[in-house]
Design a binder for this molecule. Sequence first.
Ligand code: 2NE
Length: 270
Amino acid sequence: FPWETIREYKEIRFLYYDGIAMISINRPEVHNAFTPLTVKEMSEAMELARQDERVGVVILTGEGGRAFCSGGDQSVRGHGGYIGDDHVPRLNVLDLQKQIRSIPKPVVAMVAGWAVGGGHVLHVICDLSIAAENARFGQTGPKVGSFDGGFGASYLARVVGQKKAREIWFLCDQYDAQDALSMGLVNKVVPIEKLEETTVEWCRKMLANSPIALRMLKSAFNAELDGQAGIQELAGNATLLYYLSDEAKEGQRSFLEKRKPDFRKFPKFP
Ligand code: 2NE
């Protein structure tokens, strides 16, 4: 596909094609492990994709075909977090996780090769995951002195069930693409040469559907799990829809025209 670069970055690629934004981690020499800079760039790209009215769907992936993402780069892990050029320890991937969940557009993980550790959590959080046959999944935290007890644990348990989620974290085993499909961890498995084509095809199906319906559904799925923050997201979308109505506009106009609002003409639905 004729992807165009939206913006140049050091550690990611950020591309656009036909309603789809693609954010691709570009550190294949370390199986796309992320540093604080990788995550900062991904966060910025995700925000740009959110603001870009051309974009209806986002693909998250990794370069090279051998890895989606191998989690935090252990060579820059320091005292209290992952350390960048400013010498400050950070766990900024947690902010990126929240962005993936709250962007009101579907995010699809396109997984070839390794999706492990914090990289596994990123695909788990995406709305959909499409895997190549060479994909390998797993959590490694307890082996390397780390864990993600946030979405990495609780949302994983919602996806695969409590027993399986505990197995994944406690044993730190690796699972192939068919294992992942059978536990509902991915939506589809395809040969690697069909991965991009299938992912774009799925994106096109979503792009053909009502963007507001998808937006409402994403926030509704989140609301059930995310407590007050989830309700805030869903309610924000309700406000958006209300602002589109003549009834809400009458309230605003009456204020600006310094008169009493006339809401009597609006229907009182059963
Ligand atoms: C993914 C896995 C199992 C692949 O093994 P293999 O044998 O196929 O590849 P290899 O040789 O291990 O990896 C290739 C190169 O990538 C580097 C390796 O060190 C190696 O470099 P060279 O020896 O060629 O120089 N590499 C791979 N993953 C890396 C990483 N995460 N950081 C830095 N360099 C990495 C195998 O590579 C593996 O087990 N990787 C580590 C996975 C891992 O434990 N990730 C961190 C989990 S913790 C986390 O992500 C996290 C969290 O728990 C909470 C908050 C935030 C983050």
